[in-house]
Design a protein around this ligand. Sequence first.
Ligand SMILES: CC(=O)N[C@H]1[C@@H](OP(=O)(O)OP(=O)(O)OC[C@H]2O[C@@H](n3ccc(=O)[nH]c3=O)[C@H](O)[C@@H]2O)O[C@H](CO)[C@@H](O)[C@@H]1O[C@H](C)C(=O)N[C@@H](C)C(=O)N[C@H](CCC(=O)O)C(=O)O
Ligand SMILES: Nc1ncnc2c1ncn2[C@@H]1O[C@H](COP(=O)(O)OP(=O)(O)OP(=O)(O)O)[C@@H](O)[C@H]1O
Ligand SMILES: N[C@H](CCC[C@H](N)C(=O)O)C(=O)O
Ligand SMILES: [Mg+2]
Length: 495
Amino acid sequence: MKVNEFASCLAVSQLYGAGDIEIKNLQTDSRRVQPGDLFICLPGHTVDGHEYASQAVANGAAAIVAERRLDLDVPQIVVGDSRFAMSVLSNAFFGSPSSRMRMIGITGTNGKTTTTYLIERIMEDHQVKTGLIGTIQMRYDGQSYPMSGTTPESLELQRSLSDMASKGVQLCVMEVSSHALEQGRVKGTDFRTAIFTNLTQDHLDYHHTMEEYRAAKGLFFSRLGNVISPWKEERKYAVLNADDGASAYFASQTAAEVITYGIDNEANVRASQISITAKGTFFHVDTFKGKTDISLRMVGKFNVYNALAAITAALLEDVPLEEIKASLEAVPGVAGRVESVDEGQAFAVIVDYAHTPDGLENVLRAVQEFATGKVLTVFGCGGDRDRTKRPLMGKIAAKYSDAILVTSDNPRTEDPLLILKDIEAGLVEDGVARERYELIADRREAIRKAIEMASPGDVVLIAGKGHETYQLIGGVVHDFDDRVVAKEVIRGRSY
Ligand SMILES: CC(=O)N[C@H]1[C@@H](OP(=O)(O)OP(=O)(O)OC[C@H]2O[C@@H](n3ccc(=O)[nH]c3=O)[C@H](O)[C@@H]2O)O[C@H](CO)[C@@H](O)[C@@H]1O[C@H](C)C(=O)N[C@@H](C)C(=O)N[C@H](CCC(=O)O)C(=O)O
Ligand SMILES: Nc1ncnc2c1ncn2[C@@H]1O[C@H](COP(=O)(O)OP(=O)(O)OP(=O)(O)O)[C@@H](O)[C@H]1O
Ligand SMILES: N[C@H](CCC[C@H](N)C(=O)O)C(=O)O
Ligand SMILES: [Mg+2]
């Protein structure tokens, strides 16, 4: 595409300089600009990309998209909102890849990653070539790619979708975070199905209030297709959790057909007769396309919700219920989600990604279903993130555990000890006895302590980091994997 073709993608834009220059690629980071690229200046949360335009030009940028005219000797497209322009230009450059495959997106505080994995498994088993994008990885066509967050920026997203489409991917299931919605990262991505898991407290550092957080998630449903026609091949579906109070608001925001799933309230896809053991979870499900019984190998009532969301999405893709059942029953679990560390020890060690009050409460409730002895919980809270969740998580840990080892998660730029103190404030407020908890900033040390304290029948829960293989302390990334550390400690423990 040429510079003037990019400029004409927007009704209101101003082109300065030559328009017939061919653009090789799009780039938002000056440090990664290659000769012939179009550099898009984004005003960020930390710095302003406009400040780096000269570096981009020095690296060979052929033209620039900016919100104001810059004093540089290359063609410039001046736009009102460069983040919005990025989504439009990326879509144009990569040929609207989302319209070439079926897109399923999942938003919600917890359960996104798990649900994407369940849907990926069902669709792959059904011979639909499927791509997956989310917190743990992006994978398609037999390849896995690392992710630096949950939902990529629109440019990276369109680039990846385009690569998927070129490799024959027919359906993509992806996590859509509230940050992504608020920043317009999925603008221009044509979703067929938008799924909502649940809304509980997290990210108040970014969204400030639960109302703002809900409104950010609401954008997913309000932006989902406006023209619905029974004669049009492409339908739009909003798949909502009937047991979450926010669903009524999302239903009011969308023009798509609303399909519900749930346990407690009336729903189009509803589970009953739930029974949870240490080995898995059984439930009966009634759907708009028949009924069946399902035995998941994953534990926890929350995984019944994740399975229901996946069942609903798969039914909307016309996968027969009996095939869905077979696929769900074959899933051993998702990395770092209620993952057992088993070195033959007489007590259970479980690594889980619970990093919100609701996530922690859910996993602890699941652990209580099968713990025959004490519950020993090792957890912390991330630095530079919602501080108000810290005392709440302290209270929840105390409510469901016999001993609590408060430790560091990813402290990032915060003082690790001060984060631990924020968690302790919740314990103090609830009058938790001093001998029931310890503050140990060193995560390896806290894991070692918990495992040393464990007796046969006990459960050691290590929460917060799940699949992560690093720990961010200050500006430094250290190798750290809860599962590896737990294994090392168990092997070193003398019985
Ligand atoms: C708050 C937030 O979302 N920040 C994201 C944002 O960073 P930013 O706005 O601070 O960017 P910036 O550093 O100010 O840079 C502005 C522009 O200048 C450019 N720049 C900068 C330096 C330079 O030398 N040259 C240059 O060109 C940058 O490339 C960028 O285009 O844009 C960056 C580039 O895309 C992201 O990496 C960054 O995510 C940060 C790391 C982050 O922590 N994001 C989290 C909060 C997040 O988005 N999480 C959600 C998951 C939440 C959930 O699970 O529910 C997610 O979807 O990942
Ligand atoms: N449906 C659910 N409801 C509540 N808690 C859940 C649910 N599913 C999973 N959890 C808990 O939340 C943790 C994170 O799950 P998962 O990774 O699937 O969520 P996510 O929404 O992708 O999180 P993130 O926002 O970090 O990407 C799990 O380890 C588990 O403890
Ligand atoms: N998507 C979440 C992940 C939190 C994981 C936890 N280990 C932490 O680092 O706080 C976030 O970015 O807030
Ligand atoms: Mg996730």
